[in-house]
Design a protein. Structure first.
Length: 111
């Protein structure tokens, strides 16, 4: 498989790691869209939100349980969590990921 996020998760490509455990990895986005912009990914390859099943949903649950802890590591209290699903929605890497964005009042911006 030629998935850049799988390679980041297995350590073959370095990243600005923020948090890691057995199931997930969080790293800083290389093209930040806000003052704080990190990505949380499952280490298991799941292509997008459409790929979440009963067999892998515990990992997604774990991501959402860890996001508040990760936000604290990032030094933010107010943040936005976004996941794009499919190319038409702006998903550029076909590996499930959640953006954590924070910084100067994001307001109602979608990014």
């Amino acid at each position: 498989m030629d998935c850049i996020f799988c390679k980041i998760a297995d350590g073959s490509i370095p990243s600005g790691k923020v948090y890691e455990d057995d199931l997930i990895l969080c790293f800083k986005d290389i093209n930040p869209q806000a003052e704080v912009h990190a990505l949380v990914i499952p280490k298991q390859h799941i292509a997008s939100v459409n790929g979440i099943t009963a067999e892998n949903s515990d990992t997604v649950k774990h991501i959402f349980e860890k996001i508040p802890e990760i936000a604290k590591l990032l030094g933010v209290n107010d943040y936005r969590v976004i996941s794009n699903c499919g190319e038409g929605a702006g998903q550029t890497v076909m590996h499930l990921h959640f953006h954590i964005l924070s910084g100067s009042n994001l307001g109602e911006r979608l990014v």
